[in-house]
Write a new protein. Structure first.
Lengths: 323, 451, 304
């Protein structure tokens, strides 16, 4: 038998068992702790495995990144804020920042809004499972596959020749000139975001749908019996109960938009005014061999997320207060 | 009931903890074993130190990464098969386009393959100076290697008078391909003659047919096919000296010589099927399809020999329906100049298997295997078994070159190369930006060669 | 850990459905079907093109193939499936993906419970820092981590039975922030009374976690399993780094797929067939887990 398979089996069975065992061990240990200390020690023991993983795989490399961002391209000499200065003076940056803001607004709005609408609509049809699978399909496609799929949508042939792209075939049939969707700014950024929306709406839908199922049927039924119509039920009960989950998917989409990379990298490589900061970072890291500059961009990404996190803290405090 | 479940769970957890501990113990064991990269367990056989191919039974494995995928990967594996049979060693090959990410992180972490295809001479120098790449002078049969390989390629693989990279295969750039049923004007004597004949033929086709078809779309590397155009112009307009200075970062992009080459390419775009929009929207693989459409969209396509595969697959052309002529002269003092490219290969771990394999790969015996399968020209002059007339002719042109120069962009630092692609795309989209594009390239040049 | 009986779907919405006006039902169905068509159309185009000859794909749109004369071919699929190493790569992908899905979710569930139902100093700040880690570009973590796990560090990378350990751990670390975020949100939204009454009955946190929080969070866990599975299944770069590009026999399906086309872009039509082959399993996982998205789990668990 493949020894890797044996290892995998041990891991599949062993890890959950270990984690479960861990909690029982923790609870046993806690019995030895004076009871007034138990409440303050317990949470940290429960969090310990997660914190260990997070520290090793994310926090430690990030601290490393922060240090690198103050060093030169050989990661030797300290160069102060030079790398940050470069980021804010390089001509590409303003375009990238602007594009990331467009990504952030359009992707978040369309993917979360679309996901919410679809989750609610399909909840009411008998072929829900099929309908959800259809919206989910793009997530299952690797981005190499997705880039080929969208090539057949955005493809361009000169006027007067048979169009091979779906969109241009449509508009030329209506008598318009074909459009180079990927090359013409500012439409092209929207064209790229559409690919992301197509992919991520399924993600939002799945999570929102799971939350929707968590809303007690009795509650909704009671409201209906009291004479509320569907719109009222949605506004007064469903939406407020979904709000925390909407905030979660919106936060996730904002982060996705800030990190947007694959689609831009494959489809335009940042040309035609479509560049985004994550693509700039990748170039600095692997093409230009400038780990310092790449790290500075990563740190800026981290700083950009702070406002979103502050909103999250507030929301959690509120949720804590009302529940 | 409840009590029992809990006890069972506790036992299960305990067992699992033991199992995990065992797994944790065995896994580092698995990797500290020879495995880590070379798998040289049975490799301690000292016989192999000489390095020449066929030095008896070696066993073990060699890890190799390269950019070759698909049919190229198959050809590479066919190429190493006789070596594997002879030595009993196994080649573990990974073909990936993320080779930059793999090698640049690998150099820092020490996690490198035994042998690797190198992105270009610039990276080779970087890795060699950093101590990651090993010199090959004690590994290869240097006299044979130097006598069988063109001096230009030998020089490109040499640093501080040590051989640090060898060429597995080569290609000839700047070939003008045409459909024999459409263009019957023979080899143009000069580039102006080419333009005139192309225009005339396009005129007789009528419709929106133009002299050239160009396709620059190539995902993350969009723009690269035009580097071959511009390099061809620099070489034929201004000659090898300017070309070398430009490659080495000593010739500013804003100088008249380089600007003139960009303008000549601008003229190509202006005479291309579908104009700049279509040039940017067309994938380079599909750029030749309109040679064979009816009516044809263009007369000439400028590419290396690999494009013939696409002619047949997506263009619907038959063998014998197309032919090429080399880049015609512009300035007669540089007549017979040829631009070529090649795939560099280097060694990161000097295990006996790796030494034996790289020595084998440089031989005519090995390179004739890939050549025989088609799709490549050999870097080794003694290889002649080309499967088609087209490839035989291309190999002849490569060998007969009076002035041979390696692809300039492949030879530039990666950052310069990338800025070159970007500049081409911006210029193609809007030719009026030429001066800005060149000024930006000057700035990129200062940064890229500065470190 | 998921050895929990999940109550079957309660057909609670049935009565609401029956009451709705017929015109509303038609509108609803039209809207849902329109959405399905829009979402499916691009993928359907690829499906059609994947069974057309390469020359036809290059010269005309896929919709032309739907009209006679028909000319379909399964050559692309045959070529992809007959290539050496595809089945081995498929097995590798499974061996990578399954542990990389189970470990982070198991670890995240405890953390999420602690964040939801235990009070401690710095809880909210710590939680938000964890969520903030989501924004870290994975590429920047590679070099420090490879130094730590590779030949310069603890030697966790390489061939042999341990080949996947590093990649499992890496995917766990990368997947945790989102898993904790989603689960904490879901668990935190569970009704407080349930936990209070359990506490009055003398149940400790371990019991509350296994008997209440976990079964009640099944829809969220199902969603997480799907996403983590997908993320790992479709990943190329993390595998390339933590299994090592030099460790060819252990690389996943994404690697095999990426190496179908030639480096110069030839044979890209094989990628169309490969896209469908590699998406089959994630879709099966999605279908299989669909049944856990059912209304009434909350009610059922409380009653049970």
């Amino acid at each position: 038998m493949d020894p890797r398979l044996v290892t995998a089996l041990i891991v599949v069975v062993g890890v959950p068992a270990t984690v479960i065992g861990y909690v029982f061990v923790v609870e046993q240990i806690l019995r030895l702790v004076p009871s007034r200390l138990q409440a303050s020690v317990r949470p940290w023991l429960w969090l310990l495995p997660a914190l260990l993983f997070l520290f090793v795989f994310l926090v430690y490399p990030t601290l490393n990144t922060v240090i690198l961002s103050f060093e030169d391209k050989f990661s030797k000499a300290f160069v102060g804020l030079n790398n940050y200065n470069y980021f804010f003076t390089s001509p590409d940056t303003l375009v990238s920042l602007r594009n990331n803001i467009i990504w952030l607004v359009v992707l978040t709005f369309l993917a979360v809004g679309g996901g919410l609408i679809i989750a609610i609509l399909v909840d009411r049809v008998r072929y829900e499972s099929v309908a959800k699978s259809v919206v989910f399909v793009p997530l299952a496609i690797s981005f190499v596959g997705a880039s080929i799929i969208w090539r057949f949508v955005y493809d361009y042939q000169p006027p007067g020749h048979a169009q091979t792209g779906l969109l241009n075939a449509g508009i030329t049939a209506l008598g318009f000139q074909p459009i180079t969707w990927i090359q013409d700014a500012p439409l092209n950024t929207i064209a790229l975001i559409v690919v992301a929306v197509w992919t991520w709406t399924g993600f939002c839908m799945v999570i929102l749908s799971a939350a929707l199922k968590g809303i007690s049927a009795e509650l909704l039924e009671a409201a209906r019996v009291d004479g509320a119509n569907e719109v009222q039920v949605f506004r007064k009960i469903t939406f407020p109960l979904l709000l925390p989950t909407v905030a979660v998917v919106a936060t996730t989409m904002i982060i996705t938009a800030l990190k947007a990379f694959d689609i831009v990298y494959v489809m335009t490589s940042g040309n035609y005014d479509t560049n985004v900061i994550a693509n700039q970072m990748y170039k600095e890291l692997f093409t230009n061999s400038q780990p310092g500059r790449a790290s500075a961009i990563a740190v800026i990404l981290l700083l950009l997320i702070i406002p979103v996190m502050v909103i999250n803290i507030r929301r959690f405090r509120e949720q804590e207060a009302i529940r | 009931m409840e009590e029992r479940t809990f006890r069972w769970r506790r036992t299960a957890g305990f067992l699992a903890a033991i199992a995990l501990a065992t797994a944790a113990c065995s896994s580092p064991g698995g990797s500290t074993a020879p495995a880590a990269s070379t798998g040289g367990g049975g490799a301690s056989a000292p016989a192999a130190s000489g390095g020449a191919a066929g030095s008896g039974s070696l066993g073990g494995t060699v890890s190799v990464i390269g950019t070759w995928t698909g049919a190229e990967q198959d050809s590479f594996l066919a190429m190493v098969a006789p070596w594997e049979a002879q030595t009993g060693a196994k080649v573990q090959y990974t073909g990936t386009r993320d080779i930059n990410a793999v090698l640049s992180t690998g150099v820092q972490s020490g996690l490198l393959p035994d042998l690797a295809g190198l992105p270009g001479p610039g990276q080779m120098a970087e890795y060699y100076k950093g101590g990651a790449l090993k010199a090959l002078d004690d590994v290869l049969d240097v006299t044979t290697y130097k006598s069988e390989t063109s001096p230009g390629l030998v020089a490109l693989g040499t640093l501080d008078s040590k051989i640090t990279g060898i060429f597995i295969k080569a290609d000839i750039k700047g070939l003008f391909w045409f459909n024999k049923d459409v263009y019957k004007g023979g080899d143009p004597t000069t580039y102006d003659d080419l333009l005139a004949k192309g225009k005339e033929t396009a005129g007789t086709i009528g419709g929106d047919a133009k002299t050239f078809c160009v396709g620059l779309e190539s995902g993350a590397a969009t723009g690269w096919p035009a580097t071959d155009w511009i390099e061809g112009f620099v070489l034929h307009q201004s000659g090898p000296d300017v070309y070398d200075k430009w490659t080495a970062g000593q010739q500013k992009w804003s100088t008249p010589e380089i600007k003139q080459a960009f303008e000549a390419f601008g003229n190509v775009i202006a005479n291309s099927f579908g104009g700049s929009k279509n040039v940017l929207a067309t994938n380079f693989v599909a750029s030749g399809d309109h040679l064979f459409s009816s009516p044809p969209g263009c007369v000439f396509v400028n590419h290396a020999t690999f494009i013939t595969d696409a002619f047949k697959k997506t263009g619907g052309a038959k063998d014998g329906q197309f032919d090429f002529f080399p880049f015609p002269d512009i300035n007669t003092s540089f007549a017979g100049a040829v631009e070529g490219s090649g795939d560099l290969f280097g060694m990161f771990n000097d295990t006996p298997q790796a030494k034996s394999l790289i020595a084998y790969l440089s031989t005519a015996q090995a390179q004739s295997i890939w050549v025989g399968r088609g799709g490549a020209l050999s870097a080794n002059k003694s290889v002649t078994n080309y499967p088609s007339e087209i490839l035989k002719k291309a190999a002849g042109d490569l060998a007969a070159a009076k002035i041979f120069r390696f692809d300039a962009s492949d030879n530039m630092p990666q950052a310069m190369n990338d800025a070159f692609f970007k500049g081409i795309v911006t210029y193609t989209k809007d030719p009026s930006t030429l001066d800005t594009v060149l000024t930006n390239l000057d700035a990129a040049q200062t940064a890229a060669y500065g470190g | 850990m998921t050895a929990v009986t999940v109550p079957r779907a309660v057909a609670a919405t049935g009565s609401a459905r029956r009451r709705r006006r017929p015109s509303g039902r038609v509108m609803l169905n039209v809207a849902v079907i329109a959405i399905m068509v829009v979402w499916l159309l691009p993928t359907f185009g690829l499906l059609v093109n994947s069974v057309r000859p390469a020359q036809a794909v290059a010269s005309s749109g896929w919709w032309n193939a739907l009209l006679p004369p028909y000319s379909f071919t399964i050559e692309n699929y045959q070529q992809v499936l007959s290539r050496g190493g595809i089945s081995q790569a498929f097995v590798n992908s499974l061996l990578i993906t399954i542990p990389s899905t189970i470990i982070p979710i198991a670890v995240a569930a405890f953390a999420a419970y602690a964040f939801s139902w235990m009070k401690f100093r710095g809880r909210d700040v710590l939680f938000v820092v964890i969520v903030g880690l989501l924004v870290i570009p994975l590429q920047t973590t590679f070099v420090p981590l490879l130094n730590l796990l590779g030949p310069k560090g603890i030697h966790l990378l390489g061939a042999g039975p341990g080949a996947f350990v590093a990649v499992w751990l890496a995917h766990t670390g990368y997947g945790l922030p989102f898993a904790i975020y989603l689960l904490r949100n879901y668990m935190g939204g569970l009704p407080r009374e349930v936990f209070e009454s359990a506490s009055i009955d003398g149940a400790g946190h371990a019991t509350a976690f296994f008997r209440l929080a976990l079964p009640m969070s099944v829809p969220a866990i199902a969603a997480l399993v799907i996403f983590q599975f997908l993320f790992v299944w479709n990943d190329l770069l993390v595998a390339l780094m933590f299994i090592g590009a030099a460790n060819a026999p252990n690389l996943p399906l994404t690697m095999a797929v990426a190496s179908l086309a030639t480096s110069l872009g030839g044979d890209w039509q094989l990628l169309m067939a490969a896209a469908f082959i590699s998406m089959a399993l994630p879709l099966i996982v999605f279908f299989a887990l669909q049944r856990y998205f059912v209304r009434g789990i909350t009610g059922g668990a409380v009653k049970g």
